[in-house]
Design a protein around this ligand. Structure first.
Ligand code: ADP
Ligand code: TRP
Length: 334
């Protein structure tokens, strides 16, 4: 299929501040792909309820994430940008998919086990999180889902559920989507070398700056090789992050300096600090300028929601009808 005709969809959960792992693992692809097809991006506020029950925080995080995306170059005229909660068809489809989903399919989910192991409460929302995610994707007839590598299983579950619904009602009511994962940036390391994540307190924020950014970068863990020692760039956390920002020439230059010795981790950290500052300078300016423009942000989301609901209703209507769910008021709501 011509890429321009493809529907691209992704969501981001407003559960905290966005970091470099989110940017390179997911957001950068979202921003590039808004020019390559019919893109739908949304703020997954219902998903955040599975781990957060602070209403003010979810509200604030949602607006912050919208602002982050706009600052980083999301163009609301090019793509549909909206709140998950503005599309009631998503929760409606979630119930129908859930009623077809064997418990054993959820029991295979590794994300649930990981999240519970890391201390989250084992609630039903967390357990059935992949069903809500499947509805998010399927309700727009999405073709491609750009995400980080950790979301691969959720997309497989989504395909399984779409197949189940089509099989149950004997019609191609839902399209099976493909994940889009950029392997080179599949896992961005945090300052302790583990996967960068909000929940590990090892993240560098996209909009960190000045002293706070410097402190974060300087605390990236390295081995104890001395300044004059030759070093292996490929096993170094600082270099793993530099690689994401620098162009090919700069990367080679720094890799050679590592191997020759006489180039310390402090030098590499300063280099990284500069690269982060330069890369996000423009976005930071925009963000500061727009910080108070809540009305503008809400207007963008409102228009996105309208477009998303229109598309969602087209997919939902034949499903309701096949499942035998009568309604009397839908048409007026879209
Ligand atoms: P977190 O682990 O910080 O809670 P999320 O689960 O909210 O992050 O992830 C949002 C998106 O960013 C997902 O598509 C996820 O795959 C991607 N992502 C998150 N952390 C990383 C990372 N360290 N490396 C690559 N991609 C990541
Ligand atoms: N689970 C995703 C994450 O943790 C967020 C998400 C919710 C999502 N619904 C989605 C991603 C649909 C892609 C498509 O980042």
């Amino acid at each position: 299929m011509n890429q321009q005709n493809q529907t691209i969809l992704s969501g981001i959960t407003p559960s905290g501040r966005l970091h470099l792992g989110n940017y390179f693992g997911a957001m950068r692809q979202h921003l590039e792909m808004q020019h390559q097809g019919d893109a739908f991006y949304f703020i997954a506020n219902y998903h955040s309820l599975t781990s957060l029950n602070d209403g003010d925080m979810i509200r604030q995080n949602s607006l912050n994430i919208a602002l982050d995306y706009l600052a980083l170059g999301l163009d609301p005229d090019k793509c549909t940008f909206f709140l998950q909660s503005d599309v009631p068809q998503v929760t409606e489809l979630t119930w129908i998919l859930g009623s077809l989903c064997p418990v054993s399919l959820m029991e295979k989910g590794v994300a649930y086990k990981d999240k519970v192991a890391s201390g989250l409460s084992p609630n039903i929302g967390l357990f059935t999180y992949p069903i809500l995610q499947a509805a998010d994707i399927l309700i727009y007839n999405s073709d491609l889902v750009p995400v980080g590598a950790d979301q691969k299983q959720n997309i497989e579950i989504c395909r399984d559920l779409a197949g189940k619904l089509n099989h149950t009602y004997g019609k191609e009511l839902l399209k099976l989507p493909e994940p889009h994962i950029v392997e080179e940036v599949a896992v961005v390391p945090g300052i302790d070398g583990r996967k960068m994540s909000k929940s590990y307190n090892n993240a560098i924020g996209i909009f960190d700056e000045g002293k706070a950014l410097k402190k974060r970068v300087m605390s990236i863990q390295t081995d104890s090789a001395a300044l004059e020692d030759p070093k292996d760039p490929d096993s170094c956390n600082v270099f793993a992050l530099i690689k994401l920002f620098a162009d090919t020439r700069k990367k080679e230059e720094i890799a050679t300096a590592y191997q020759q010795g006489g180039y310390g981790y402090g030098h590499a950290k300063n280099e990284l600090f500069e690269l982060i500052g330069e890369t996000f300078a423009e976005a930071r300016e925009y963000r500061k300028k727009m910080e108070k423009e809540t009305d503008y942000i809400m207007d963008v989301l409102k228009e996105g929601g309208r477009k998303a609901r229109e598309r969602a209703e087209k997919v939902m209507e034949p499903i309701r009808s096949s499942a035998g769910i009568l309604t009397t008021y839908r048409k007026e709501l879209v």
